[in-house]
Write a protein that binds this ligand. Structure first.
Ligand code: MEV
Length: 324
């Protein structure tokens, strides 16, 4: 990405969706994910007084910060921002102050990737503001490293999705994801309760401790589905992708991460004609995805709304992080 070194810089990031391989991804198995066209912007202006002043939809009040710590009581998004500031601080010598304004058209409660987008946006924006040239691979590495200081088991797929855009095939430890040129038509539906990803990952870790063999079997079978799903997306055989989504959902149920509400909504979506439906992400709440085509999309959306789901107006996008 181009170093800008202006008085003012804006980083723009997409949201993300997990398509397949959640939880298994934490243990190094492959997953499929995508960037979605909800966007988050981090706007930065240099200040001469050395202060860092942060305004955001995510915080109730304006925050004052230095390069090591945001002071005052902070929401979870603030932890990611602190991590990003610390990471980028080590790379920049000429550090003056700045105003930072974070705006987002996706609510943090949907789990569409605000943490990864805030982290990547702050690092990309600050680097550009101070004239540091970061490649996308470097930005991804720095973003993932920052996220790990907050969520130590994170696979990094969300950082990969918001930095590289489009549909991605990714494994923890990869320096960059494989990009797949596919645009499955997905409906995204919020189940009405917020998931705590860290808590869900911990719950699965507990099962890994007590029933290692059984959980590994689930993850190995999921990895096999992910490989087939990758092929189906490459060849744009979306009907096959839908069937694989349903199989993958069965394994997530076996893992015990699917709430009864998510399960109910998924069954309604399938009954209304969805080619496939499954949770997206950690489970325990948040969103489900339903694969549709133009003919059955309205009917599936209607069924989800009638069952109490909240439709999230978004679609897969090829847009990646950008700086202006
Ligand atoms: C959460 O969106 C997906 C998980 O696989 C966690 C991760 O991959 O970091 C549960």
């Amino acid at each position: 990405m181009i170093p800008i070194n202006n008085q003012s810089v804006t980083a723009t990031l997409p949201g993300k969706l997990m398509l397949m391989g959640e939880h298994a991804a934490v243990y190094g198995f492959p997953c499929l994910a995508a960037a979605v066209d909800k966007k988050l912007t981090v706007k930065l202006n240099k200040r001469t007084d050395g202060n860092i002043i942060i305004r955001s939809d995510y915080f109730k009040k304006t925050l004052q910060s230095d390069w090591q710590k945001i002071t005052g009581k902070i929401e979870p998004a603030g932890q990611y921002l602190t991590a990003a500031l610390r990471t980028v601080s080590a790379l920049i010598s000429d550090k003056t102050g700045m105003d930072m304004e974070i705006k987002s058209d996706f609510s943090g409660r949907y789990g569409l990737g605000s943490s990864a987008a805030v982290t990547a946006g702050a690092i990309a924006g600050i680097a550009a503001l101070f004239g540091l040239n970061l490649s996308k691979e470097e930005l991804f590495k720095l973003t993932y490293r920052s996220i790990l200081t907050v969520a130590e088991d994170a696979s990094g797929y969300d950082a990969a999705a918001v930095v590289f855009g489009g549909v991605i095939y990714y494994k923890k430890g990869d320096s960059k994801p494989e990009k797949i040129d596919a645009y499955p038509n997905l409906l995204v539906c919020y189940s009405g309760s917020k998931a705590d990803t860290v808590e869900m990952v911990r719950m699965v870790a507990g099962k890994m401790n007590s029933h290692r063999k059984a959980v590994l079997k689930i993850f190995e079978a999921t990895a096999d589905l992910v490989e087939q799903a990758r092929q189906s997306l490459i060849s744009q055989q979306y009907d096959i992708f839908g069937k694989l989504m349903n199989f993958s959902q069965d394994y997530l149920e076996d893992l015990g991460v699917v709430t009864s509400k998510l399960n109910e909504l998924i069954l309604k979506a399938r009954k209304a004609g969805a080619l496939g439906a499954k949770i997206s992400g950690a489970g325990g709440g948040d969103c489900l995805i339903a694969l549709v085509d133009d003919s059955n999309s309205p009917k599936v959306a209607q069924a989800l709304i009638e069952a109490g789901g909240e439709m999230v107006d978004t679609a897969i996008t090829s847009k990646e992080v950008s700086i202006s």
